[in-house]
Design a protein around this ligand. Structure first.
Ligand code: FHN
Length: 695
């Protein structure tokens, strides 16, 4: 049969026009994307309002891993990571699919228990690192519809939440140990080739699933990303994904694990990196809140996120209730986890704790919902949360240790009291309040209303006026010629008296009315007075005048750094001088992408940095794993060791000109990263670029 011949150039023209049209389509898509990264604070406050009010949510880790329930061969300490921690090959792990049939799952019962506990939102694993989807996805068969259960769990839970005015939220893992395009492979998965894997194609798969999750289940409260720490994910992907999801649902809230800037389990994002909407401390509660930063501690009730049938190390109800108060007293949210069984049930120990927390919340939730961080640095008997009221403030005093002498002392507070009463007392019968020096003392009954946390309400006039000393504010602790230092406080109707000789300021000491100009090493002390009386302690800080490090003569400096690349398995930085480099040469800046393998490698970079003007310069070293920065022969930043992305910094006085510097870096396994940044006179914090580097 003759076949029609198309002239070659017509075929080429057709292909080119298809490419051109698809590029136009993609750019249209991008151009239609609104940029939510530049949201106003008013818009953000409106979007965050329900979440800040909520303060308390339920985390649910559920999936195929509930089937083995923590056990594999001899191992009994696994959970949601079991495919990796037990090194289960894909085809073995897939055998859990036909075993997943949680016939006792009842979404309404789960939501009822969460609501009774006082929780306002539920975050459930739509897909954890194992890649299995608890929802009906058109993008994969590795989902709940391929199990005997064949019901869309996300759909049922979303509907149950809506019925009970509970926000439904999705956890979604960026890391995916099942999808063929996800990289890197697990180190032990030597049989599973990465040939043909295309990470960009994986990102599109993830975006397609997120479109399903954020379009098919109604309004979603939070997208809780996780698994963002591996080397293939980065800040740019995170910013793009944040915008992508916000364009699907503009009011959705997204955590900081969408980006790549989270520093470890303390969960906050380093300055300058993309942050998402809230920090995510994990299994830990920050020592204090961070003014103006939204954050949420996520925590297990025992030692595992996913169900482990052998894990009976349950936190006590007392511990959980006091943790809820502690977190709220620092301005954070508490996301408390349950790992349901393969049958679809909450473990009884979890049910018991939810119930007991609900009993406490039934009486005291006003002291949690919509509250703000404590105005006190610390309280020996418990915690404090607060709310604004007309012409004053309502303090919720969470008393863990009830005073045996029936006198509850609230130290260092200068406000006039309005009234005090027990939150558990429906009649709000007044408690007597007297002033003793800088404290207010509340007469309380002998018997605490609650054995774990009794809330005493103290209403005061105006904003809290606490005996905090003034703050001492300056750019640096060291200076070359002159340094401006300010003493500040937001307390009203006060004077700040100061000394410059290390003595305690008394009433006759000078008053700080403008920034102080220091020209020699000085210890600044500040103390607050009102109506001739000291109403704070004293704060002190020493500022040191230093001689700048002289520049060196660089002979015929050329752009770029010398570098040497090594391979090896280290726990700490080796002495590279004793090793043979795999390769070396010059490189424009600190760049680890020239490595020949994705783990067990190291670099040493050496050259000069050209400092523009005399001044104090901050250097930052952010790495996963270890790194060190040398200026001349001096080790100035030691960030060595096995760790996730972690940033350390140093301030150095430098003369203008060339300064010799050296950076050592190594990565063992898992994520990796190296960022060397600088901040100085006229230089905002930024990566040290090619323009400043020479050899
Ligand atoms: O690897 C996960 C872990 O399984 C769990 O999901 C926690 C909960 O936030 N997040 C990761 C560990 O940081």
């Amino acid at each position: 049969m003759s076949t029609m011949k198309f002239p070659k150039n017509l075929i080429i023209l057709t292909i080119l026009s298809i490419i051109a049209l698809s590029l136009i389509w993609v750019s249209c898509q991008k151009s239609e994307m609104k940029n939510y990264l530049s949201e106003t604070s008013a818009e953000r406050d409106q979007r965050m309002a329900w979440w800040r009010e909520a303060r308390f949510g339920l985390f649910i880790h559920w999936g195929l891993y509930a089937v083995p329930a923590g056990e594999w061969k001899e191992g009994k300490n696994h959970a949601e990571w079991i495919r990796t921690t037990a090194q289960i090959p894909l085809e073995e792990y897939d055998k859990f699919v036909p075993q997943f049939n949680p016939v006792q799952f009842n979404a309404d019962e789960w939501v009822t228990m969460a609501k009774a506990a006082g929780m306002k939102y539920i975050v459930i694993t739509s897909k954890h690192h194992d890649g299995f989807c608890l929802f009906d996805s058109k993008e994969t068969d590795f989902d709940v519809m391929s199990t005997p259960f064949q019901r869309d769990i996300m759909k049922e839970l979303a509907e149950a939440c809506r019925k009970q005015d509970m926000k439904i939220c999705w956890y979604h893992s960026i890391m995916d140990w099942h999808h063929p395009d996800y990289l890197p492979r697990r180190e032990w998965e030597t049989e599973r080739s990465a040939d043909g894997a295309n990470f960009e194609r994986y990102i599109q798969y993830m975006k397609n699933q997120l479109r399903e999750l954020v379009s098919n289940y109604g309004e979603i409260g939070v997208l809780w990303f996780d698994g963002e720490w591996e080397s293939t994910w980065n800040r740019e992907y995170g910013r793009d994904l944040y915008n992508y999801v916000r364009n699907l649902q503009p009011n959705i809230i997204i955590n900081n694990r969408v980006g790549a800037g989270r520093s470890g389990m303390e969960g906050f994002t380093k300055g300058g990196e993309f942050v998402g909407d809230f920090g995510t401390p994990e299994q830990t509660i920050p020592a204090t809140g961070l003014a103006g930063v939204d954050w949420e501690t996520c925590m297990t009730m025992n030692d595992h996120w996913g169900y482990n049938k052998n894990d009976q190390n349950w936190k006590s109800t007392k511990d959980l209730i006091q943790k809820l108060a502690d977190i709220a007293s620092k301005g954070g949210n508490f996301l408390l986890n349950i790992g349901p069984t393969a049958e679809g049930l909450f473990p009884q120990a979890s049910i018991d704790r939810l119930k007991a927390m609900g009993e406490w919340m039934k009486v005291n939730s006003e002291a949690i919902y919509g509250t703000h961080a404590s105005p006190f640095a610390s309280l020996v008997w418990g915690r404090c949360t607060q709310k604004a009221i007309e012409n004053g403030t309502r303090l919720y005093l969470h008393v863990f240790d009830w005073p045996a002498n029936k006198s509850l002392m609230v130290p260092g507070i200068y406000n006039q009291p309005i009234q005090a009463y027990l939150l558990a007392d429906a009649t709000k019968s007044a408690l007597n309040v007297t002033r003793v020096e800088d404290a207010l003392v509340i007469d309380v009954p002998a018997q605490a209303p609650d054995s774990i946390n009794s809330v005493v309400v103290l209403e005061i006039q105006g904003q809290p006026d606490i005996s905090d000393p003034p703050k001492i504010v300056a750019d640096q602790d060291i200076f070359i010629d002159e340094l401006s230092v300010s003493l500040v406080s937001d307390r009203e109707n006060i004077e700040i008296h100061y000394t410059l000789d290390g003595t305690i300021p008394e009433l006759n000491a000078p008053v700080a009315v403008a920034p102080l100009k220091l020209t020699a090493t000085t210890t600044v002390s500040g103390r607050i007075f009102r109506d001739g009386k000291a109403v704070s302690g004293t704060i002190q800080k020493t500022f040191t005048k230093v001689t700048p490090i002289p520049a060196v003569q660089a002979t015929n400096p050329q752009p770029g750094l010398n570098y040497a690349y090594y391979e090896g398995d280290w726990e700490l930085l080796p002495d590279f001088k004793t090793l043979t480099a795999k390769k070396s040469g010059t490189i424009p800046t600190f760049d680890i992408s020239v490595r020949d393998q994705i783990e067990h490698f190291g670099f040493e970079y050496a050259g000069f940095i050209k400092i523009p003007v005399d001044g104090i310069y901050l250097f930052y070293l952010d790495s996963d794993d270890g790194s060190q920065l040398f200026m001349g022969d001096k080790l100035v930043i030691d960030n060595d060791g096995l760790h996730g992305l972690q940033e350390r910094r140093v301030a150095l006085p430098l003369d203008a000109g060339y300064h010799p510097l050296r950076v050592k870096f190594f990565d063992k396994t898992g994520g990796d990263g190296l960022v060397v940044s600088i901040k100085g006179p006229g230089i905002e914090k930024q990566r040290i670029g090619e323009a400043m580097l020479f050899h």
